[in-house]
Design a protein around this ligand. Structure first.
Ligand code: ADP
Ligand code: MG
Length: 274
């Protein structure tokens, strides 16, 4: 502990330089941007002949901008996205069936305030995960908590929590996030218990918080994943009560990209041969 610190944890103002005291106070007040910038901003303020309130105002603005950025970064980490992807890199011309206007509206985040859902449907490679990641990122930037998980991993986690008697806690956590993204529903069928546990999560979130699901299966084939027709009906009923459906029925972006690369390399080879 710093010798200049008194028993109360504050510094002895008589023996320590103001810069050290200030650093200590700003740390205690959790104002890291103040601590980092006050000197630089002071020099600029002196140049501009800015008065004290203006000087303080600039520091406050910097601190708030930085704080917002740190909070968004924390939200992104907590969302556990497998990758960070945004709408900027989503090529809408490659997927003409995708409703661009609706996607852009969803990125504004009002659907999260209305607690409605999104379902993205389409075959493999059509950009469903990319879109889910991009809408998840936009939600983080708009101030909402997000959790990203694949359907198989979620069911696995729920089963594990149940076996370890901490299901209630996990359910409470999953119910508390503003946006739950469940990716890849449809590739792996669930056991009866798994289907029931996933149904419970969606029931608990119904009209309380938004869920985004991506699936390679149209709704009428969801019974093949959940097993029970009754359960699937009840689940779809809740999920689709307030829902925006994004259909992506075009070609696989992966296939198109590799076909394009193949064509280019063939053309190069041919050019090299002549
Ligand atoms: P899906 O989840 O539907 O199987 P992905 O989202 O994983 O498809 O897309 C496969 C790959 O192609 C990813 O790398 C993704 O970023 C890219 N991709 C898909 N669609 C587009 C698109 N319209 N514009 C840009 N990249 C895309
Ligand atoms: Mg995917």
């Amino acid at each position: 502990m710093n010798a200049a610190l008194t028993t109360g944890g504050t510094m002895d103002a008589t023996s320590v330089s103001p810069a050290v005291l200030l650093a200590d106070h700003l740390k205690a007040l959790k104002l890291p941007t103040f601590a980092r910038e006050y000197d630089k901003v002071a020099a600029i303020a002196a140049q501009d002949r800015a008065d004290y309130p203006r000087y303080l105002l600039r520091l406050c603005e910097l601190e708030r901008i930085d704080r917002e950025r740190r909070i968004v970064e924390r939200r992104i980490r907590q969302a556990k996205f497998p990758q960070v992807k945004s709408l900027d890199t989503l090529d809408f011309t490659a997927q003409p069936s995708l409703n661009k206007a609706l996607v852009l509206e969803l990125a504004r985040g009002d659907w999260l305030i209305r607690r409605s859902n999104v379902v993205a449907l389409g075959p493999s490679g059509t950009g469903k995960t990319h879109l889910a990641l991009a809408l998840g990122l936009a939600a983080c930037q708009k101030g909402h908590s997000v959790a990203f998980v694949t359907a198989a991993a979620l069911v696995h986690e729920l089963m594990e929590a149940r076996d370890e008697r901490r299901l209630r806690k996990l359910q409470q956590h999953l119910a508390s996030v503003k946006l739950l993204i469940i990716d890849e529903l449809g590739y792996v069928p669930f056991t009866a218990v798994g289907a029931e546990l996933l149904f419970e999560i969606l029931s608990q979130r119904y009209e309380r918080a938004s869920t985004l699901i991506t699936s390679n299966l149209p709704f009428d084939e969801w019974t093949s994943v959940f097993g029970s027709e009754r359960l699937t009906g009840a689940l779809l009923d809740r999920l689709t009560h307030h829902v925006n459906i994004l259909e992506m029925n075009g070609d696989s972006y992966r296939l198109a990209a590799s076909a394009k690369r193949q064509k280019q390399s063939n053309a190069k080879q041919e050019a090299g041969m002549t």
